[in-house]
Design a protein around this ligand. Structure first.
Ligand code: ZN
Length: 79
């Protein structure tokens, strides 16, 4: 005898798709409700709550990121 649960019938394509469709909509609504965007008081751009603003680099009025420093794109990798 099998110790694990054994399905009696094959799950149809429609049933599988229906299950994953409902899972998808459920998780998407959960994710959209979880993301809280706030407007930055310094620059007014939309930023995630409790994170550094990527436009001005400030968090709670304090400069956290150095925005003058330019990060050049890595085009060549030296071997
Ligand atoms: Zn900002």
């Amino acid at each position: 005898m099998a110790k694990h649960a054994v399905p009696k019938k094959k799950t149809s394509k429609a049933r599988t798709k229906r299950r994953y469709g409902s899972f998808k909509t459920k998780t998407l609504t959960k994710l959209t409700n979880a993301i809280h965007l706030v407007t930055c008081p310094q620059c007014g751009a939309k930023a995630l709550n409790h994170t550094v603003c990527k436009q001005c680099g400030k968090y709670r009025g304090r400069q956290v990121l150095n925005m003058n420093k330019k990060v050049s794109k890595i085009t060549k990798i030296k071997a």
